[in-house]
Design a protein around this ligand. Structure first.
Ligand code: MG
Length: 202
């Protein structure tokens, strides 16, 4: 198990998702954060807040940081990664659109399901990533569609802030985001990384 001091999230990082939204590709990574109080693990419930009417899943690859790092190069990134986990960047889409910035929409308790055991010894740059809602595939892509690759993201974020052991970077979502309802079961599957399943409860 690992205990992040912070979760740094990347917005709009899949070419196929940007195309779906008809958005231009970002020239620098767009980052935001979720507090550690959003974290749940396998089989824990995502709580549907009363303040939203449009709760979305976002399947993402999570990167767990191994060492305290600041100002490293992209070539030094891999040796400072402890492993990879499945992540779900749960988002209150209506609040995100209303607020114009994302803290409220992304920060409710239980809004960051993360796999508890980081997978090691894999190349993160070409993995199948999938989201299933009640067993139906809703998102399906490959991490090779990422605009900014994992090692680049680690170095980019460590050029801004010190990353501590256990900190997590979630690396953006592919096309097909959509709503969840109380009673739904949502699962993120990433090739070589594992499966993360959670129920949604009111
Ligand atoms: Mg996201």
């Amino acid at each position: 198990m690992y205990h992040p001091s912070k979760i740094i999230c990347v917005g709009l990082n899949y070419r196929d998702h940007a195309a779906e939204l008809a958005m231009p590709l970002p020239v620098t990574p767009i980052i935001f954060m979720k507090p550690p109080t959003t974290i749940i693990h396998e089989n824990q419930a995502i709580i549907y807040p009363a303040q939203t009417n449009n709760l979305h899943y976002e399947a993402e690859l999570g990167v767990v940081i191994k060492n305290r790092i600041k100002g490293i190069t992209e070539a030094q990134a891999a040796e400072n990664i402890a492993g990879f986990v499945c992540a779900n960047d749960v988002t209150a889409r209506d609040l995100q659109n209303q607020d114009g910035q994302w803290t409220r929409a992304k920060s409710f308790d239980t809004f960051c399901p993360l796999g508890s055991r980081p997978a090691t010894g894999i190349n993160p740059d070409d993995l199948g990533i999938k989201l299933l809602l009640n067993g139906q595939v809703k998102q399906q892509s490959r991490t090779s569609n990422m605009i900014f690759k994992v090692n680049y993201l680690v170095a980019f974020i460590a050029s801004i802030m010190t990353l501590e052991p256990g900190d997590v970077i979630i690396t953006g979502t592919p096309p097909g985001v959509g709503p969840m309802r109380p009673g739904d079961t949502v699962a993120v599957e990433i090739e070589g990384v594992g499966r993360l399943e959670n129920r949604v409860l009111a």
